[in-house]
Ligand binder design. Structure first.
Ligand code: A3P
Length: 318
């Protein structure tokens, strides 16, 4: 079903980190244009189990390329799906309410079988994944549970992914190398373009809701209403306004159930580093166009070229 090979490009070695390494390219035997860069550990221990996972009609999935606003969308979706249960949301870690199915396949340092954990969640299960469409469970396309997909400007995504690599994964290389690898579709979960295009192409299916990070920034209340309609929920304008405050950047940044402070501290300390929230927080800047202050002209050109490749297929909202 899959070909698994090590891409022959030096840049791949350069972007390996103490936490994430031994990258392989997993491609579909039927259609080799479908591929994804993942750690060998994922290929050995999670790939088949996820592909064959039993899916239920009442599952709710949030699927994204990393750094497109996954966490933000998860909290929004979970709250809307749970009758605005602030009490539980402020007491239970998001990752416990809404597990990340393939997380344990990314590094052996995550001491949990996240596939089993996710599979055994009480229904309705709320499930996060960064996997591209062709690696997601087959039953998603027959059982058709609700899937919320979020896309973001690839430039802001690449910059955010770079900071995530530096701070969470222990990446010590340069931003230039990271952006080069991103443009060559050789970072973890690459390619971003195909990831987005595959969901863009099915965005009108009834069980798919396709959102943009930039729309959530522009008009959160409007996007909340879209999710409410999709999840067949009805809340008053006051309730929506209150939810938007709960989901605002400052609130999410300071919400210890959502801001992943514990995970970051664990990963940093296990890889011999000291956690200092002054240097990095997972909920980092939350800006549209923040890349303008961070990319060099050359890096910006690489990503312009990258976006051009997808331009005919996706109308990015920026
Ligand atoms: P930046 O690194 O650009 O700040 P993910 O959850 O997919 O990893 O995405 C993380 C990105 O979403 C980070 O982007 C983070 O700051 C941003 N984010 C999370 N919550 C947000 C919010 N309430 N408002 C705006 N951006 C938010």
């Amino acid at each position: 079903m899959y070909n698994i090979e090590i891409p022959d490009d030096e840049i791949l070695k350069k972007i390996e980190t103490p936490l994430m390494h031994n990258f392989v390219k997993i491609s579909s035997k039927e259609d080799p244009t479908k591929f994804c860069i993942m750690p060998q550990h994922f290929a050995d221990n999670y790939l088949e189990r996820i592909k064959n996972m039993e899916i239920f009609e009442d599952d709710i999935w949030v699927v994204t390329f990393p750094k497109c606003g996954t966490t933000w969308t998860q909290e929004m979706t979970w709250m809307i799906g749970h009758n605005l249960d602030y009490k539980t949301s402020l007491e239970v870690q998001l990752d416990e309410r809404f597990p990340f199915v393939e997380a344990g396949g990314l590094t052996t340092l995550i001491p949990v079988d996240t596939f089993e954990k996710t599979k055994n969640m009480p229904r309705p299960r709320f499930i996060k994944s960064h996997l591209p469409l062709f690696l997601l469970p087959d039953q998603l396309w027959t059982v058709k549970p609700k899937i919320v997909y979020v896309a973001r400007n690839p430039k802001d995504t690449a910059v955010s992914w770079y900071h995530h690599h530096r701070n969470l994964h222990g990446y010590q290389g340069t931003k230039a190398d990271f952006i080069e690898a991103f443009g060559k579709d050789l970072v973890l979960f690459s390619p971003m373009n195909n990831h987005v295009i595959d969901f863009w192409n099915i965005r009108f299916q009834q069980n798919i809701l396709f959102l943009f990070f930039e729309d959530m920034k522009r008009n959160l209340s409007q996007e909340v209403k879209k999710v409410m309609k999709f999840m067949e929920k009805d809340y008053s304008q006051d309730e929506i306004d209150k939810l938007c405050v709960h989901l605002s950047f400052d609130s999410i940044k300071n919400n210890k159930m959502v801001n992943k402070e514990g995970d970051i501290k664990y990963l940093m300390e296990t890889t011999g580093r000291e956690y200092n929230p002054q240097n990095y927080t997972f909920i980092r800047k939350g800006k549209v166009g923040g890349y303008k202050k961070e990319l060099t002209v050359e890096e910006n050109d690489i990503l312009d070229e990258y976006i051009k490749k997808a331009e005919f297929e996706i109308e990015y909202q920026f």
